[in-house]
Design a protein around this ligand. Structure first.
Ligand code: 5AD
Ligand code: SF4
Length: 584
């Protein structure tokens, strides 16, 4: 057992957030103390993202600061986890000797032993220190990376997959700071990695080949989370609708069924071509979770690949009241020429055909269940002309996303695009296109918001709104106020208008990218005051809703105690950032 303290900061997508949660759970079980303050920590870890350059720069600057701190605290252990570690490998330690531990996203199960070794190595380096060999200038060099070996096998059943143990060992709610208030939402991974090789994207190189987890493991995890009080689960995968587990080829190691490599096929199907008794398709998996874990009131999934989204999945969603009517389906561009250069594998017409089909199945505003879509776009991809861009604008108008994530093309080392195409769209043009798309998205988002006025929805209350949190931060706690930590996130700012500044990174995992310190939670005060409290939550279609609730109701119930609950509301007005509602 150790009494060392660990600080972990997460950059990037939901997949990283989940990885961080699992890693922290594991470290906590081993006796490490978790802290939300980097300055207090003996071990500082960054779970990194390399999808775009912007996300990387933050990590480089954090590491620069730690190099200075390490001169004062040479025993400090610094670790870089995740996609940047995997992509740069040992070159990262050469560039930044302050880094002691390097651990790729496919090797996180090894992290505790890497940290343990690093602590011992640092102690030895300190003992060995000479005026010419300062311990603070030397790395403990504990490294676990998949390297290119991650794609080594085309065999359907992978060999022993030790990373599965990390997901399996999930100690439910490991970092909930408030045991009296179990959190209401959780992520569950169903696939890892990606086989699509979009030419701009590093994910297939950093996260490796597409791997599907055994369905029993996934369902069990959902059950355990539900037993711990979770009512909303988001299934995660880079291309979540590619999920398939072929039981005939399942392999067990030491009695544990192993995850399975994704089989490639031509695509463009309406139903999973391998469906049948021996296979759990994505549609089957959704149906199983919906049926077997009924206390999960909301089941979501991100991110969907627009091709290969079969009617079988749409039918299951339509028939299942607790599966959310929300799809995140990145189009990336509205120009067939650019889509081809991106290797996306579909045309604009095919993409639109899918959206029409999805709407036909799932858009039911008359029963309070409109289908909500969100998208991702890259502007300024090499050779993108004004004409290509106008085609993207036209697609955005046609698709009517409730929100979109718009990124300026960022050439990434190791990708096909950086080697094959010159980054020839000037920065000013990228910026201008980005701004134009954001403006259009805001317009459409507001329009969709206004369509909801007068409608009634169920809303899962997630926490204080950002405005309320800021207000509270400005006010010193009033006498008689009890301080209480709430385990819910605040609404991301400007989600309806997310862009590079609102979303630090992102990989194929989805829209709620944020740079988050996993341990930090908003401090909330339950006060005895008549001033209303602004709470925020989401509809089943993932629209953000603001609610002004009296701090304490006539029955004595506090507004804050509603966090984590699903309530019925009526929409009163719509703004760019979300909908305002009243409680029914
Ligand atoms: N440049 C800009 N955006 C990118 N994305 C992925 N790679 C890049 C890149 N090299 C975006 C895509 C993806 C989202 C998560 O990040 O839009 O869907
Ligand atoms: Fe895979 Fe998404 Fe990256 Fe394409 S953009 S390679 S689908 S993670």
């Amino acid at each position: 057992m150790t009494s060392r303290s660990v600080y972990l900061e997460t950059f990037g997508c939901q997949m990283n957030e989940l990885d961080s949660e699992l890693v922290l759970g594991q470290l906590r079980q081993l006796g490490y103390r978790l802290t939300g303050e980097a300055a207090d920590a003996d071990i500082v870890l960054y779970n990194t993202c390399s999808v775009r350059e912007h996300a990387e720069q933050k990590v480089w600057s954090r590491l620069g600061e730690l190099a200075i701190r390490k001169k004062e605290q040479p025993g400090l252990v610094v670790g870089v986890l995740g996609c940047l570690a995997e992509r740069d490998g040992t070159a990262l330690v050469k560039r930044m000797p302050v880094v002691d531990v390097l651990c790729g996203p496919g090797e996180l199960d090894k992290l505790p032993s890497l940290i343990d070794n690093a602590v011992r190595t640092r102690t030895a380096l300190l003992a060995d220190e000479t005026p010419y060999q300062r311990a603070s200038d030397r790395s403990a060099s504990q490294i676990a990376l998949q390297g290119s070996a991650s794609r080594r096998s085309a065999v359907l059943a992978a060999a022993e997959d030790s990373l599965e143990m990390l997901d399996l060992s999930r100690s439910v709610s490991p970092i909930d700071p408030d045991p009296d208030r179990p959190r209401s939402s959780a992520y569950v991974r169903i696939t890892r990695g990606c086989n699509k090789f979009c030419t701009y994207c590093v994910v297939p190189f950093t996260r490796g080949a597409e791997i599907h987890r055994p369905p029993d493991h996934i369902v069990d995890e959902c059950k355990r989370l539900a037993d711990a009080g979770v009512i909303e689960i988001t299934l995660l995968g880079q291309t979540v609708n590619h999920y398939r587990f072929e039981h005939g080829s399942a392999v067990a190691v030491n009695g544990v069924i192993q995850p399975q490599k994704g089989r490639s096929y031509a695509g463009g199907h309406r139903r999973d071509p391998f469906a049948g008794e021996q296979t759990t398709t994505f549609a089957d998996l959704l149906a199983r979770i919906h049926e077997e874990v009924p206390s999960i009131q909301r089941l979501r999934f991100v991110t969907s690949y627009p091709r290969d989204f079969g009617d079988d999945v749409l039918e299951v969603i339509r028939q299942s009241p607790r599966i959310c009517r929300y799809l995140h389906v990145p189009a990336q561009s509205g120009s067939d020429r650019i889509l081809q250069m991106m290797n996306r594998g579909y045309t604009v017409a095919e993409y639109l055909e899918f959206l029409d089909r999805a709407r036909q199945f799932l858009d039911q505003p008359e029963i309070g269940r409109p289908l909500m879509l969100s998208g991702d776009f890259i502007v300024g991809f090499p050779t993108e002309t004004d004409e290509d861009f106008e085609a993207t604008i036209a697609l955005m108008r046609r698709a009517r996303y409730k929100n979109s994530f718009i990124f300026k093309y960022s050439p990434r080392p190791g990708t096909t695009a950086i080697n094959k195409y010159k980054d020839d769209v000037p920065e000013a043009v990228k910026r201008e296109r980005n701004t134009r798309m954001l403006a259009l998205q805001n317009e459409i988002g507001e329009e969709i918001g206004r369509e909801q006025i007068g409608r009634e929805f169920s809303v899962l209350i997630e926490g204080l709104s950002r405005r309320e949190t800021k207000k509270r931060a400005r006010q010193a706690p009033a006498p008689g106020t009890v301080s209480l930590t709430v385990s819910a996130r605040t609404a991301p700012a400007g989600e309806a208008a997310a862009d590079d500044s609102a979303c630090d990174s992102g990989c194929g995992s989805g829209p709620k990218c944020s740079s988050a310190v996993v341990e930090s939670r908003p401090e909330v005060a339950t006060e005895v005051s008549s001033e209303p409290v602004q709470l925020t939550g989401r509809t089943d279609g993932d629209q953000i809703v603001f609610l002004n609730i009296p701090a304490r109701s006539e029955s004595g119930r506090t507004a804050v105690s509603m966090v984590g609950e699903i309530v019925r509301v009526r929409i009163e007005s719509a703004q760019a950032l979300g909908l305002s509602a009243v409680l029914l």
